[in-house]
Design a protein around this ligand. Structure first.
Ligand code: ADP
Length: 433
């Protein structure tokens, strides 16, 4: 692989590759896709995942793992503290070297980045230039815990890959067409004008799910769908005709459902109380809301991880699960009201895809909404988990955010010679996350 290749000129070899990067506070996740076929056209059946993995524990005990899509490679690495990559830049340089050894002869022709916040003006992915990076930097105050790390990955990759086109793919972009009532807070008008709005997140996941619905369940896609993305981060989205019209997440990734360590919806009066009477400063409140709350907080510090809570059997773990389920059911009712009815419900994300218990508890007793769960299908992890006579179709669909980034990158970097109308869709989803 040659990371410094000239800018795109229109025709590419079959061994070109597209790299996606998701740079977080202590991890660098990546996926490498076969970008184009031998004749320089996007693969007719979508981008092909070659391998994916992550470097995590940056700043501490750093580990690396990667797997090839065909199962022939399962690589692991661990560093002694003194020689471990210390930041996103060092991790990326190591990764480029590793890729060069693993997939010799492949050139990265475009890099796609997950960037949490695109602000008011990015409803689409965008080619990264100095001016765009400066604009995204100005959004750091809107997502202080994620955006700086995303942009550290962008900076490292722009340095490492020279003129290779790089694309920012946003978690907020898919939600940028919300109607006013789902975009505002009831604050004085100037805050709305200054960008204090309900941005919504997990947009890459929702767009991927909307695409799968369009392909596999066209009737429901054209109608009213609620998607529950339930992972360490969790939110729900109302889709009308495949477009997002409401999200449970708001200005930050804190609002809506309780999450692994984030609180979800909270009365702002609680924050005033914590600051005025418990003496917490802004950093302490941020730490509390982002890192000590949610499932972890409610389970008495036991765990943020749903698998652990399901297995624990303690009263606190049970209550944490109860609250998680309660909030999802409540939001489901609310979003169905926004949509004025419901044609489908989709579960995705690590919990949504893998926990039959959570899906069952969310959907049981929802006959009033037209939902009839097929318990056996649900337990078996089928794609369709509702009964054949259920007015509302209930689905379990694995998401694929990397695939969505790759697809957006291919489109935005204008790779290949096929007209845009025939652009490929994202590759098939990974089975578990
Ligand atoms: P992230 O938001 O970090 O991408 P994931 O989408 O990978 O997170 O979801 C992680 C969550 O999924 C964890 O709470 C984990 O316990 C949960 N999970 C994964 N597999 C299962 C399972 N079989 N049963 C219950 N929960 C699961």
């Amino acid at each position: 692989m040659n990371p410094v290749i000239p800018p795109l000129a229109g025709a590419y070899a079959g061994d070109d590759a597209l790299l996606t990067l998701n740079s977080g506070s202590s991890s660098l996740k990546f996926a490498l896709f076969d970008a184009l076929d031998e004749s320089g056209l996007p693969h007719a059946d979508g981008l092909q995942l070659l391998l994916s993995g992550q470097i995590d524990g940056l700043g501490g005990a750093v580990r690396f793992q990667a797997r090839s899509a065909d199962g022939t490679l399962d690589a692991h690495e661990q560093w002694p503290a003194a020689s471990a990559p210390a930041d996103a830049g060092a991790a990326l340089r190591w990764l480029i070297d590793w890729l060069r050894r693993q997939v010799p002869g492949r050139a990265v022709v475009a890099v796609g980045h997950r960037v949490v916040h695109g602000g008011l003006h990015h409803a689409e992915p965008v080619l990264l230039t100095d001016a765009v990076v400066a604009r995204l930097q100005a959004l750091v105050p809107l997502a202080p815990l994620h955006q700086p790390h995303n942009l550290a990955g962008v900076a490292a990759a722009r340095q490492a890959f020279g003129a290779v086109p790089q694309v920012a793919c946003f978690d907020t972009a898919f939600h940028r067409h919300h109607p006013f009532v789902n975009d505002c807070f009831a604050l004085p008008r100037r805050f709305f004008d200054a960008g204090v709005r309900r941005y919504g997140f997990h947009g890459l996941s929702y767009e991927y799910i909307a695409q799968r619905l369009a392909e596999q369940h066209a009737q429901q896609h054209a109608g009213r769908v609620v998607v529950a993305h339930l992972g360490n981060g969790a939110s729900m989205c109302a889709l009308q005709g495949g477009r997002s019209v409401a999200s449970t997440m708001g200005f930050s990734a804190l609002d809506g459902l309780p999450m692994g360590t984030r609180c979800g919806q909270i009365d702002p009066g609680v924050l005033l109380y914590l600051m005025q009477h418990e003496g917490l400063d802004a950093d302490q409140v941020a730490d509390l809301l982002y890192k000590q709350s949610g499932l972890k907080g409610l389970s008495g510090g036991l765990s943020h991880d749903m698998r652990t809570l399901e297995a624990a059997g303690t009263p606190e773990a049970a209550q944490a699960i109860d609250y998680f389920v309660f909030r999802i059911r409540r939001e489901l009712g609310g979003l169905a009201a926004v949509l004025q009815g419901l044609d489908a419900v989709v579960f995705t994300g690590g919990i949504g895809e893998n926990s039959a218990l959570i899906r069952e508890r969310v959907l049981e007793g929802m006959g009033w909404l037209g939902i009839r769960l097929d318990a056996a299908r649900n337990r078996a992890g089928a794609t369709v988990i509702s009964s054949d006579d259920s007015p509302v179709l209930c689905l379990r669909l694995p998401t694929n955010e990397e695939g969505m980034i790759a697809q957006q990158t291919l489109r935005t970097a204008a790779l290949g010679r096929r007209p845009a109308a025939a652009a490929p869709t994202a590759p098939a989803a990974r089975e578990s996350r």
